[in-house]
Structure formats: structure tokens, C-alpha cells
Design a protein around this ligand. Structure first.
Ligand code: PNS
Length: 162
């Protein structure tokens, strides 16, 4: 597969996201990790901050590129001529959401495909929302986010009390 796309909010990136990106990158020539702008969703970090954190965290992987995009995911996929979208699955409830999203996207783009990668066994609890909550109360987020961006996330969230 030449091109895969791993879209998300990445608000902020976690070690679970890095694990999925690392594994997906082995399946393709280029993996685009894309931060989708969503003006109606309140996020803790701006798209630019999220992209910077993703870039720093994914730097060791030569075939991963980080981008920010607006609008529909299917339009981004078409522009990139991507073979499929990658999404990580932690649980059964994730699967339900992903199956709905895949069905909706296929209505918009008949060539739409999703590769759902189950998360690694020890990462099932990790989520951006847990990171935001723990960090907002000054808790230790080591082991949930990449080391390179840990302090940045802690300081930003403590200041903003998300
Ligand atoms: O990390 P998330 O919040 O689960 O990612 C969701 C995301 C960004 C992949 C999804 O909301 C998305 O694709 N947004 C772009 C707009 C779009 O295409 N919406 C239709 C999806 S059914």
C-alpha cells in the first residue's frame, strides 16, 4: 500500500496514538497523520500545537508525515490518493463508533476503506481525555504521552485547567 491516512483530533497525542502510527507506518510507503480541524469542537490545544506535538513524537519514523486539514476526511483521502484510513481500536464501543464512521464515509466515497488496528494490550486505558483530566489536576501523565511532549502538555493543561 502506497499511502495510508491516520486521522484524528490528537488532543493531545498519546502513546496509544504513537503505537498505532508506528505499526501503520510499517504497512505503507507513506503514512499521513492528519489533525482534522473541527471549528465546532472545543479542544484543549490548537491544531498547530497538536501538529507540533505529533511531529516531535513521531520524528523517529521516516515515512510518517504530519498535516492539518479542514473539511471532510474523504476529500483529504481523495487528494492524497490514499488506499485507506487507519483507526485504532481500544474496545467494543470504539468499534461501534468506527463502524458507523466507516459506513458514513463510504456513502460519501465508494472507495473508502478503513484499517482498524487493535491497540497493544497495555495501552487500552490510554486516551486523550484521560490525559487532559489527569494533567489538569496536576497528576503525573508519564506513561500516557510521549516523553518529548510530556512537560509541554502538563504545563499547558495545568495553566488552562481544561
Ligand atoms: O480522534 P477523533 O476525535 O476520534 O477523530 C475523529 C475524526 C477527526 C477522524 C472525524 O471527526 C473526522 O473524520 N472529521 C472530519 C470531518 C468528516 O469527514 N466527518 C465525517 C465523518 S463520518
Amino acid at each position: 500500500m502506497e499511502i495510508l491516512v491516520y486521522p484524528g483530533s490528537f488532543d493531545p497525542i498519546t502513546i496509544g496514538h504513537v503505537d498505532i502510527a508506528r505499526r501503520a507506518a510499517k504497512l505503507c510507503d507513506t503514512l499521513y497523520v492528519v489533525i482534522m480541524r473541527n471549528p465546532s469542537k472545543k479542544t484543549a490545544f490548537s491544531p498547530e500545537e497538536r501538529a507540533w506535538m505529533a511531529e516531535v513524537s513521531l520524528k523517529p519514523y521516516q515515512n510518517i508525515k504530519v498535516e492539518i486539514s479542514s473539511g471532510l476526511l474523504v476529500d483529504y483521502m481523495r487528494r492524497k490518493k490514499a488506499a485507506a484510513v487507519v483507526r485504532g481500536l481500544r474496545s467494543e464501543s470504539d468499534f461501534r463508533f468506527e463502524a458507523e464512521m466507516a459506513a458514513a464515509n463510504r456513502l460519501l466515497y465508494s472507495d473508502y476503506e478503513t484499517i482498524m488496528l487493535p491497540c497493544s494490550a497495555n495501552l487500552g486505558f490510554t486516551s486523550s481525555s484521560i490525559v487532559r483530566e489527569v494533567a489538569a489536576y496536576g497528576g503525573d501523565i508519564s506513561g500516557m504521552v510521549p516523553f518529548e511532549v510530556r512537560d509541554y502538555i502538563s504545563e499547558h493543561l495545568r495553566e488552562h485547567q481544561v
